[in-house]
Design a protein around this ligand. Structure first.
Ligand code: ATP
Ligand code: MG
Ligand code: ZN
Length: 566
């Protein structure tokens, strides 16, 4: 964008203009203003007092960060908290970020990794996720790799050698690895910075303690006191303190993000039970209706027992839904193949016990349905947290009944008295949440110690929407068009925009399959939605979409523009 900068313009005004352009994400005019200011400094340095210089330095760093954010990650602006943490890290300060799932914690180390040079070490316990995470980074143009127990000796050797030669900006490793080859490697790398993901695993007080995380205690010291960034979605104050102490952090920045996610639309329905005149149909039919109204969308249905998981999956399959069952009683190969099919969008729905979800990073889960009341609000928030990680809208639908409370109580019968009492209290908290007519996000936030105002439109209590009443029309259309189990029902688009979106999704799937990566790694649903809405016709406009960086433009721009201009 052209900006005319006259010499007569007041210095402070010019700095204001730069700040404004940055705030609006208009990098082009920010660049122009900065350039003009530099020119001015060259001509009359004396006009710049100390505070102006400090401010200019800050703004020029902000511009550099945003340019990198766009180029490499495709985003125009930071989400809340991201820039603060990144700046702290770049300044060499230790930091702990407690931010909800899907809020973009990975960026907090990925962006510095690019800017710091050398290599950034990322410790993560989720070995199953590493390949996907690294694939996604490589797609974006970052030089990333991982070392873990799944690699052949040969592959590992090649990667270690690559690391020695400084080929990688980012290396992911599991905490167990620190006792072995990764540990030996540390001293010989040009390490700049260490990120510890899922950092709550280091604490006994956390919900997921892992002994191997104790290996991290001396890591900072061992690596010459490099800055350390710890990340977790959940940590009480006690756990947060534990994390910073165990990792040996010094004067860390501790940042807590709000747990409220407006893109999750929470709805609850009391099960119909035996009443025939209930407005709510029998649960599995209600679930079928919701799913049929969302053809081609990915979703998870949680059920309490293996039997109910299998029954529900069979019922859905018989009605033309591409669904599979997943529970701990299935052979490992089968569980793996279900996960893989879901990741690749080869099936749409997984019906699962709570065993499903840990270790999947799929960002385009568009709905999470609870067939039965979950055991606790903690478990429930974690499960709905798997929806909408790409930031696009997702529906979370809970079916519940007092009979569910009774069945859940039965699981507590064999426990010792204290634990049983605790769990029964949690079950009742969950039931009260379902029954209440108060904003659901507000209730959840309060449970986790945060005060927020009503969400206004992201829950049934606030919006007054009835997802079941909205479902039948589209469900019927989809049913007419579908043929037989496991053949994808053909979605009937509601509008031209949706028709285009579905074509773009098809294209994404073909490109992803050809490259052997999950579809959401090519572009997220959110990016495809923006594409269908704004219909960019030139590479420049394509690059302006959120989620499109330089590498993605280069790799996929042509194919998508062909679809968009046809
Ligand atoms: N500034 C941003 N603008 C738009 N999207 C973003 C931004 N930062 C991150 N994202 C996207 O948000 C999604 C979730 O990010 P990420 O995987 O880092 O979440 P997370 O906080 O690590 O969640 P979890 O606790 O579940 O691991 C990703 O698709 C990511 O690309
Ligand atoms: Mg994460
Ligand atoms: Zn609400």
């Amino acid at each position: 964008m052209a900006v005319s900068v006259s010499d007569s313009i007041d210095l402070n005004t010019q700095i204001d203009l730069l700040r404004e352009a940055l705030g609006e994400g208009d990098l082009g005019s920010a660049q122009t203003h900065l350039h003009a200011l530099r020119e001015r400094y060259r001509q009359e340095a004396s006009a710049f007092d100390r505070s102006a210089l400090v401010e200019l330095k800050r703004l020029s760093e902000g511009l550099k960060l945003r340019q990198q954010l766009k180029e490499t990650f495709g985003y125009a602006s930071f989400r809340p908290g991201q820039e603060t943490v990144i700046q702290a890290v770049l300044a060499g300060r230790d930091a702990l970020a407690v931010m909800p799932t899907g809020s973009g914690k990975s960026l907090l180390y990925q962006l510095p990794a690019r800017l710091l040079g050398g290599t950034t070490l990322v410790i993560s316990p989720l070995i199953a996720l590493m390949k996907d995470q690294v694939d996604a980074l490589v797609e974006g143009g970052l030089r990333a790799t991982y070392l873990n127990s799944t690699l052949s000796a040969e592959e590992r050797r090649a990667r270690v050698q690559g690391l020695h030669q400084g080929e990688y900006e980012l290396v992911y490793a599991a905490p167990e690895g620190l006792e072995q080859s990764v540990g030996a490697l540390l001293e010989r790398l040009d390490l700049k910075f260490i990120a510890v993901d899922e950092a709550h695993c280091i604490s006994h007080w956390g919900h997921d303690f892992r002994p191997s995380y104790r290996n991290l205690a001396a890591l900072k010291e061992r690596c010459g006191n490099l800055p350390v960034l710890a990340l977790t979605a959940t940590a009480t104050d006690a756990v947060a303190r534990d994390i910073t102490e165990q990792l040996g952090m010094r004067d860390p920045l501790v940042i807590r993000g709000s747990s409220f996610r407006a893109n999750l639309h929470i709805h609850a329905f009391k099960k119909a039970g035996a009443k025939r005149d209930s407005a709510v149909p029998p649960t599995r039919e209600a679930i079928l209706r919701l799913i049929q109204a969302r053809p081609g969308q990915s979703g998870i249905v949680y059920a309490l027992s293996r039997k109910s998981v299998e029954g529900t999956a069979e019922f859905l399959q018989a009605n033309g839904v591409r669904a599979k069952a997943y529970h701990a009683g299935l052979p490992a190969e089968e569980r793996e193949s279900v996960q893989e099919a879901f990741r690749r969008d080869d099936i749409d729905v997984v019906v699962a016990t709570i065993a499903f979800g840990m270790g999947i990073d799929k960002s385009n889960v568009r709905f999470v349905i609870h067939r039965d009341l979950p055991k606790s609000l903690e478990g429930y928030s974690q499960e709905i947290g798997r929806a909408g990680r790409d930031g696009a809208d997702a529906d979370c639908v809970l079916f519940y009944s007092w009979a569910d409370v009774m069945s859940l109580d039965r699981f507590t019968e064999d426990l010792d008295a204290d634990l049983a009492a605790l769990q029964q209290r949690q079950i009742r908290d969950m039931f009260r949440f379902a029954e209440s007519t108060e904003c659901r996000h507000k209730q959840l936030a309060r449970h986790f110690g945060e005060g927020i105002s009503d969400c206004r439109s992201s829950c049934d209590a606030c919006s007054g929407r009835d997802l079941l009443a909205e479902a039948p029309k589209r469900a019927k259309q989809a049913r007419l068009a579908s043929a037989g189990p496991l053949k994808a029902p053909q979605p009937i688009p509601d509008s031209e925009e949706e028709a285009l979106y579905l074509r773009l999704k098809d294209l994404r799937k073909r490109l992803a399959d050809a490259r052997g990566v999950p579809a959401y790694v090519v572009f997220t649903d959110a990016t495809l939605q923006a594409m269908a809405r704004f219909r960019p016709q030139t590479p420049e406009h394509f690059l302006a979409l959120s989620g499109v960086g330089l590498k993605k433009l280069q790799q996929y721009g042509e194919a998508f523009l062909a679809e968009l201009t046809s």
